[in-house]
Design a protein around this ligand. Structure first.
Ligand code: EPU
Length: 338
């Protein structure tokens, strides 16, 4: 375990905003996490506590007054297999894309559409990351956590994880600190080509293997989203809003080309594309000081150069206000703003 006092936040957030936390503790095992809890109980580490991975879904607008817990529990292990499936356990500190890469190398199907998403495996399970027609919940079997409120380890079966669109039990109950995730992957060839750009590229290239699919997903992603190592961002800043179908129909009368995604029955709520709404408000490629709206994807806010978290948050408020004024739709951040 390593404890850093008055630590810079710069290496711990993909927006690349500066700031400090009172303490940051790196731990490599479940036992070390328990030891940290002991230090907290003894008053040797300041509260509040917060788990942080690579900080790929967080915006710090001020210094963090407590202790950040940076989990680095590694290891990928096959637990079980059948003739069609394999159960694989990954430490919460495994870099998500390394996990996807291992799945592809081993011929395990299911994670490939989630290639190149920044962050760690534990954060993926908290956030229910999703891209190109797949959400991580589709391949999770169970999630193991330490409940830092009572110091007890608990394993949640997929049905107990409260998964929804970018939502989970672990997002709501922040005392649950994920230590490992078990995935159920297919060993029989099956691709999810429900996202049309992916399907078109696969058909055009005649892609037949897992590694082809991974390469195509990576290239679609690179064409739309900034590389956080050169341009700070946290991917999509807002969630795509869900609205009543009748409200969607009224929007469609005014803006016939507005994209909306509902279930096949034609009933129920409709998911709007926040990127489209933001673009229609004229924000795409625009900036406010050192914070910008990415020119290739309006749902992504970027740190153009040395922006503070508050500058980025101010831009996000302006964007959301404009979308509300024009369309009557409220945007909620996907990013955790602190
Ligand atoms: N669109 C625009 N202008 C834009 C951006 C998007 O008009 O500037 C419209 C287009 O109609 C486009 C549609 O929005 O067809 C959807 O765009 P895209 O496929 O790029 O996806 P998204 O809805 O903007 C979501 C996820 C992404 C994920 C992609 C691909 C959320 C909040 N975001 O974005 O996830 O990669 O789908 O599946 O659901 C993330 O969560 O950080 C993230 C990057």
């Amino acid at each position: 375990m390593k404890i850093y006092r008055n630590c810079s936040l710069l290496p711990y957030n993909t927006f690349g905003v500066d700031g400090r936390c009172s303490a940051l503790v790196e731990y490599d095992t479940e036992q070390e996490l328990c030891d940290i809890m002991e230090l907290v109980r003894n008053g040797e580490l300041p509260l509040p506590l917060m788990q942080i991975g690579q900080g790929s879904n967080i915006l710090f607008t001020r210094d963090f007054p407590g202790t950040l817990l940076h989990g680095r529990i590694c290891g990928i292990q096959v637990l079980n297999s059948s003739d069609k499936e394999v159960w694989v356990k990954a430490g919460a500190g495994v870099v998500w894309d390394d996990f996807v890469s291992q799945c592809v190398e081993n011929g395990w199907y299911g994670a490939e559409n989630l290639s190149l998403i920044p962050g760690l495996t534990g954060s993926a399970a908290v956030q229910n990351i999703g891209a190109y027609g797949t959400e991580v919940k589709d391949i999770i079997s169970s999630v193991r956590c330490l409940d830092i409120d009572d110091g007890v380890f608990k394993t949640f079966d997929i049905n107990e994880c409260g998964y929804g669109y970018r939502d989970s039990l672990f997002k709501k109950r922040r005392s649950l600190t994920v230590t490992s995730v078990t995935f159920k992957l297919s060993t029989v060839k099956c691709f999810n080509l429900s996202y049309s750009a992916l399907q078109q590229a696969v058909l055009a290239q005649g892609a037949h293997s897992l590694s082809h699919i991974r390469d195509i997903v990576c290239s679609i992603r690179r064409s739309k989203l900034p590389d956080v190592s050169t341009l700070g961002s946290a991917g999509s800043f807002f969630k795509n809003p869900l609205v009543e179908r009748s409200f969607f129909e009224s929007l469609k009368q005014k803006w016939p080309d507005i994209p909306g995604f509902g279930d096949a029955s034609g009933n129920g709520p409709v998911k709007l594309s926040a990127g489209w709404l933001i673009e229609k408000c004229g924000w795409k490629g625009k900036s406010l000081g050192r914070a910008g709206v990415y020119q290739k994807q309006a749902l992504v806010l970027v740190n153009l150069s040395g922006a503070t978290g508050e500058e980025i948050a101010a831009l996000s408020r302006l964007v959301a206000d404009d979308v509300f004024e024009k369309f009557g739709v409220s945007l909620s951040p996907e990013v955790l703003i602190l």
